[in-house]
Design a protein around this ligand. Structure first.
Ligand code: NAP
Length: 394
């Protein structure tokens, strides 16, 4: 019998975190949960801790951490360490004895824990694409330095990882990432003005957290994924394309120099790429569905070019990636602020790209920034984006 993986789940109360724990629950002999981290959802963390028995849980919000500590003590689990504060998730990523860290926190907050896990040569199963967008060169340098494994969890990147495995990059013409197109596929810029937060979070094919749902609706999610793919697979931006594929069954494709195109198809179920990132290079059989070419589900697969005019966020992401250095960090920070403002009813849906573009315009990127420089730029971009939100909201 193989030794179980000792797993840390960062963002355990979110969509990816909960699905990761589904994978763990399906194979209790193969995984032990060493640690859990979230921001403020203490009730769910406590429920997860009582079920999976980690050694440590972390909540960024100190009040939530105190409530979790009291609830665990009340349930007779004083042995579970409870950490609080901004660095608590990083301490969980470094928890002694853990060997695998699944990173599914939100936004910029995932970068330090990812670097900490890689620094200790732990396998990093990465869902948090923003850490690569914001600090891609730092993350990749840490992988090279320690030899740690970085396995993508995003369905498109998991597909690309499988397609590109063992293929010399010189034989790859393009990597194609697919996008569902979100709930507003085919809408004009005019019609998009009336989009409400409720409409934007109702994604047609995937059930995800609010931030990534809005990012999918603006196509920013795909833009962040292009940057993520460029770092993960060492491909230049002009060889990474996006195709809108509403059925969301083909997750990525590669076109090769001999004219062939190889595509990766899988059911729309994030537990499949999550499980693969945890068990790679093994492929196991799981209790959730399979894809068949004969049951009618794959009868109609359509692919169209994205509408870059109605959805300017995708173009902004390419622009930020081409500018390089700290510009993708500005893109990502401005997007976080703009999405939050949209969800709070302070700016319209079409204000999101406006906030991002205007924030980017005011920034001259620094090449190969240090973590401190990334932090400084992140703070500047958030403050600048908040000012623009204020102006747009008047
Ligand atoms: N959902 C998907 O299908 C999907 C697919 C591919 C990639 N991703 C990526 O995976 C990441 C998570 O997405 P999601 O949809 O799972 O998001 P989500 O449902 O909103 O969950 C976010 C999780 O992160 C935690 N969190 C947020 N800020 C934190 C902080 N500062 N410290 C510690 N924990 C923090 C949240 O805790 P609380 O509950 O306490 O707030 C929650 O557990 C994102 O980067 C997203 O782009 C998601």
């Amino acid at each position: 019998m193989t030794t179980p993986r000792r797993l840390v789940v960062l963002g355990s109360t979110g969509s990816i975190g909960r699905q990761t724990l589904d994978v763990v629950a399906a194979r209790p002999d193969q995984f032990q949960v060493a640690g859990l981290a979230a921001r403020g959802s203490w009730r769910l963390v406590v429920e997860q801790a009582l079920r999976f028995g980690p050694e440590v849980v972390a909540l960024e919000d100190p009040t939530a951490a105190r409530q979790a500590g009291e609830a665990l003590a009340g349930a007779g689990r004083r042995d579970i360490t409870v950490l609080a504060g901004g660095e608590a998730a990083t301490r969980v990523a470094e928890w002694p004895g853990a060997d695998t860290v699944l990173a599914a926190m939100l936004g910029r907050s995932g970068l330090e824990p990812a670097l900490a896990a890689l620094g200790l040569r732990r396998r990093l199963a990465l869902a948090n694409k923003e850490s690569l967008v914001v600090g891609g060169h730092l993350v990749m340098a840490k992988c090279r330095e320690t030899g740690a494994e970085l396995l993508p969890v995003d369905s498109e990147h998991s597909a690309a990882f499988q397609l590109l495995n063992g293929v010399p990059r010189g034989q790859v013409r393009t990597l194609v990432l697919t996008a569902s197109g979100g709930p507003f596929r085919g809408w004009t810029a005019e019609r998009l003005r009336g989009v409400t937060p409720e409409m934007a979070v109702a994604h047609p094919t995937w059930h995800m957290g609010a931030k990534i749902s809005v990012d999918s609706a603006t196509l920013m999610n795909k833009g962040l994924e292009v940057i993520e793919a460029s770092w993960l697979f060492g491909l230049p931006l002009d060889r990474i394309e996006v195709a809108v594929h509403p059925e969301s069954l083909v997750h990525a494709a590669v076109t090769l120099t001999d004219g062939a195109l190889i595509a990766h198809l899988a059911p729309r179920d994030m537990r499949i790429p999550i499980a693969l990132a945890l068990t790679w290079p093994e492929r196991q059989s799981w209790p959730w569905g399979n894809l068949s070419l004969s049951n009618g589900n794959t009868e109609r697969l359509t692919f169209v070019k994205p509408d870059m005019q109605a959805f300017p966020c995708l173009g902004l992401a390419y622009e930020a990636a081409r500018a390089g250095g700290t510009m993708p960090a500005v893109l990502s920070a401005a997007d976080e602020v703009a999405v939050e403002a949209f969800l709070g009813g302070r700016i319209p849906f079409t204000g999101i790209p406006e906030v991002i573009e205007r924030t980017m315009t005011g920034h001259a990127p620094t090449v190969e920034p240090t973590l401190e420089e990334v932090d400084g730029v992140d703070r500047w971009a958030r403050a600048r984006a908040a000012e623009i939100v204020e102006i747009l909201g008047r």
